[in-house]
Design a protein around this ligand. Sequence first.
Ligand SMILES: Nc1ncnc2c1ncn2[C@@H]1O[C@H](COP(=O)(O)OP(=O)(O)OP(=O)(O)O)[C@@H](O)[C@H]1O
Length: 381
Amino acid sequence: MPHVELRDIHSTLGGISILRGMDFRIPDVASTVAGDPYIVLLGPSGCGKSTTLRTIAGLQSPDQGQVLIGGEDVTTRPSRRRDVAMVFQGDSLYPHLTIRQSLAVSAARTTDRSKRESQIGRAILMTGISAIADRHPDRLSGGELRRAAIAKVIASGASVRLLDEPLSALDASVRHGLAADLRRFHDTDAATTIHVTHDGDEAMRMADLIAVMAGGRIVQFDTPSQIYDAPNSVTVAQSIGTPPMNFLNASIANGEVCFEDDRIRLRRCESVDHIVGISSASSVKNIIVGVRPASVHLGELGSTSLVLSIVRSSLSICRMNHSLLITVPIEGQAFAALLPRTTLFETTSLEKDTVSIAAGFDDLHFFDRATGIRINDRSDR
Ligand SMILES: Nc1ncnc2c1ncn2[C@@H]1O[C@H](COP(=O)(O)OP(=O)(O)OP(=O)(O)O)[C@@H](O)[C@H]1O
């Protein structure tokens, strides 16, 4: 299927610079994915995700840069000649047409009548909307409307499908069902899919590749596991994970990592050169140490690890579905630990006056505090 590529796109809206050197290029790691990768564009509200989709679709012209589809420069080509279909935020269905009629409008560029009919029939079947196909949009629920909007994209027969927040504002069961269906549509139909969301969990669940966006450009384009396990910056680390990664301020002094909060230490810390993978002679002195809540354990660990000793009374414990969420205030933030729910029943550790929680060295992420850029290389370990 045709790859979508953006080269150094700059875009201004209402005098404000939105896309600032946006490069969207499928990374080499895509070769490890079977078939066409399902791509999720992830970023906080207002970072320019919809603007990116509109630029690919040809609904907005960039001030500078190139849009390529299947290797062809389509920057100046009108939207209708780009082989692209888009689901907009807030469903783009014609209010005066039935869903079937809307699908026919979408399929109109297929000139062969029987092929067009088959595209429409297939879209109705795949999205399971046959019972509602002859209704108008004002007679449909939010979930049905979303299905109908996705059917429109399938009926268009376009090779590039752009989905802008296709799962937002749906109740949990509808959202999970539709998420599974979107993956199925992608896997059974040859198409390039780019799905926009601000929800890191949704991105993790759905994507083969995640493009994390911040400040009008892509900051990491990688597999979900690399984004989770080896985020290249604090910004990327924050974009994935519930609760989000914990961040602790520390500095490098005399070859050791010293935390600002003296309840925290690195146990069996031999030397910065050895453990952090950066030279103690490096100019980086102030760092941030990141640890995911799911990497935290109760009690001390045998190997090199970060250990946090806390007074029992400062802990808050909250029961989640499958885990216990423990939080403790550190540096004005809630440091979170996700422990197995059985911890509460199987251990007496939580009853002591001072509780130790720890994370193994391999689960720590080191960032330069000045730039937010990662300074340890996980592949070295
Ligand atoms: N037509 C416009 N005129 C001026 N500013 C605009 C226009 N369209 C969007 N913007 C601004 O551009 C910025 C990026 O908008 P965009 O919709 O691309 O962000 P987004 O990442 O998709 O956000 P969200 O997740 O909230 O939909 C926002 O600050 C928005 O207010």
